[in-house]
Design a protein around this ligand. Structure first.
Ligand SMILES: [Zn+2]
Length: 206
């Protein structure tokens, strides 16, 4: 973190004079608590007028501040005084920041069971995540073929009874899957056997 340097001029560039002055007051009054740095991200809570604490997050880069957010309602352009107060605290008193390991590194140290328990708890807390996971995790192959078989069965059921004779061999979804698989397997076996025979003949000639 030593390569992340913040100066007053960098901080001033993101806020108006009045906000900067108020943020300096907040810094002098030790308004920031639970300050932490994780990678290049600063987090902390800032005392405020309408809520006991505002949650603040500042993302730094080598050039200064890449992004910043606060859950107060300030919406008058530039950073709010809480964001600036957190930045000033880091610029002037970095020792107040607890250094936390990068989250990717911490997750990498967990075992499979721990990760599973963590993810399950997260899904309970944030149910909307399940929609995202549905698209992020590919369907297991076995389930996919079962779904395809169901689809095939439905299509057969939609065909009028008098026409079903034409597609009778596909009437059973399970049978269809079996036939599809055996259709792949048998030629593959034959081909393998032929290759083995050819290899044996070649070996005999050598
Ligand atoms: Zn704020």
């Amino acid at each position: 973190m030593t390569n992340l340097k913040l100066t007053d001029s960098i901080i001033r560039a993101g806020a108006n004079e009045r906000v900067f002055a108020r943020a300096q007051e907040l810094f002098r009054n030790n308004a920031i608590s639970d300050a932490a740095i994780q990678g290049n991200i600063l987090t902390g809570y800032c005392e405020g007028m309408q809520s006991p604490f505002y949650k603040v997050r500042d993302e730094l880069d080598r050039g200064g501040v890449r992004a910043a957010s606060c859950d107060c309602e300030y919406d008058f352009g530039g950073y709010c005084k809480h964001i600036v107060a957190l930045l000033l605290t880091f610029a002037r008193d970095p020792e107040r920041f607890v250094v936390r390991d990068d989250m990717t590194k911490r997750l990498a140290e967990l075992g499979r069971e721990q990760l599973l328990a963590l993810l399950t708890e997260l899904l309970d807390e944030v149910p909307d995540l399940s929609d995202w996971l549905e698209t992020a995790i590919p369907e297991p192959a076995a389930r996919q073929s079962r779904l395809r078989a169901d689809g095939a069965n439905r299509r057969v059921a939609e065909i009028p009874v008098e026409n079903q004779g034409a597609v009778q061999p596909a009437a059973s979804a399970d049978g269809q899957v079996e036939r599809a698989m055996s259709g792949c397997r048998i030629p593959a076996k034959k081909k393998l056997r032929r290759l083995a025979e050819e290899a044996t003949q070649l070996a005999q000639k050598l």
